[in-house]
Design a protein around this ligand. Structure first.
Ligand code: OSB
Ligand code: MG
Length: 376
């Protein structure tokens, strides 16, 4: 079937759920501790198919400003009633529908990503093929939460043993240089990065400069979530690359950061930047600047994890991502397939078209806290 013959997809219905999955290990970062993953799951129905996406916003504005309550309100009251009953022939039309509303990139991403899944299923193609992916498996590392030094050393050892391609260590003020010294001494050759989740200030520049001594691949998001300028000041004084995460929500943000020299690496989270089209635009822009990108994560379930892996199959995802094995996070996942890395490689899931994973409906119902059908 050629594109011009494609009749489009009519969206018949939308369902929102709030899910709660206990985490096997509490995840500690500079902004707080997570003991369970609570997240919204959107299902779009049309043409007898279902498209899925999960939201990466927290219940409270911990990582960025968006919250689940705000996202549900926006989706329920504004976006989904407009979408239901409409026909779309490609995801760009969904982007155009969402564009007039300000911000809410995580909520918009849910709609855009579920539409991509539905579209790929209607075309009977893997999502990665439609996104422009060029590989069947992606290199992955782990993101290790903040813990005492002996625990951190054990976790690094287990990750290296499992074949992960790099280890990202969460840091915060007061939990940085001594920890790095211990890890580097025990693992002189391991590819290491750190992620501060915004805990430092410009005045910490001397301390950040000391990190140049540890041979890190990059320092992720040392400064404020809404800053680009001060990261450029820091980058100019460091040998180590700065990688931006929270600061980049769009291709416009990425352009500003790249032109300013605020980052030499960018972490793309499709759920943070408003969806796949935005993620592709950031990916392409970074390639033009010769800046590598990698795919971040937000402790996603099998649905968000699958979305991330499809995205990471694009060519400029040239550094290992955070999409490690689902079994590191959850005793049981909501997908019938558990997404597991082997020797630091995560296969692009192709158990079916689109996202390539299927829901374990019984288990899904058992972890659903609230469920609603959205009406036009
Ligand atoms: O900064 O990348 C981050 C988790 C929650 C909030 C922010 C971040 C993270 C991670 C987890 O690093 C990555 C993952 O294992 O999914
Ligand atoms: Mg980060």
């Amino acid at each position: 079937m050629t594109q011009t013959q494609f009749p489009g997809i009519r969206i018949d219905a939308a369902e929102l759920r709030i899910l709660r999955l206990p985490l096997l290990t509490p995840f500690v970062i500079s902004t707080g501790t997570m003991t369970e993953k609570v997240f919204p799951l959107l299902t779009l129905r049309g043409e007898g198919l279902e498209g899925y996406a999960e939201g990466v916003m927290d219940t409270l504005p911990d990582y960025l400003e968006e919250t689940q309550a705000g996202a549900l309100h926006f989706l329920r009251e504004a976006v989904l009633p407009q979408l239901i009953g409409r026909r779309f022939s490609n995801p760009a039309e969904i982007d155009a529908l969402l564009a007039p509303w300000r911000g809410h990139r995580m909520a918009k991403a849910m709609v855009e990503m579920a539409a991509w899944d539905l579209w790929a299923k209607a075309l009977n193609q893997p999502l990665s093929a439609l996104l422009g992916g060029t590989r069947d498996a992606v290199e992955v590392g782990v993101s290790l939460g903040i813990a005492d030094i002996p625990t951190t050393l054990e976790r690094v050892a287990a990750s290296v043993e499992a074949g992960y391609r790099r280890v990202k260590l969460k840091i915060k003020r007061g939990h940085d240089l001594a920890m790095l010294e211990a890890v580097r001494a025990a693992f002189p050759k391991t590819k290491l990065t750190v992620d501060a989740n915004t805990d430092y200030r410009l005045g910490d520049l001397p301390l950040l400069a000391e990190m140049d001594g540890f041979g890190l691949d990059y320092i992720e998001q040392p400064l404020a979530f809404d800053d680009i300028h001060d990261h450029a000041v820091v980058q100019a004084r460091l040998r180590t690359a700065i990688c931006l995460d929270e600061s980049i929500r769009s291709a416009v943000d990425a352009r500003k950061a790249l032109v300013a020299g605020a980052a030499r690496v960018i972490n793309i989270k499709v759920g943070r930047v408003g969806g796949f089209r935005s993620a592709q635009a950031i990916h392409d822009l970074c390639a033009a600047f010769d800046v590598p990108v990698w795919c971040g994560g937000m402790l996603e379930s099998g649905i968000g994890r699958a979305h991330n892996i499809h995205l990471a199959s694009l060519p400029n995802f040239s550094k290992p991502g955070d999409t490690s094995s689902a079994s590191r996070y959850f005793a049981r996942d909501i997908t019938e397939q558990s997404l597991e890395a082997k020797s630091g490689l995560m296969a692009v899931p192709k158990f079916g078209p689109g996202l390539g994973v299927t829901l374990d409906r019984g288990f899904l119902d058992s972890v659903t806290g609230a469920r609603e059908e959205v009406r036009p």
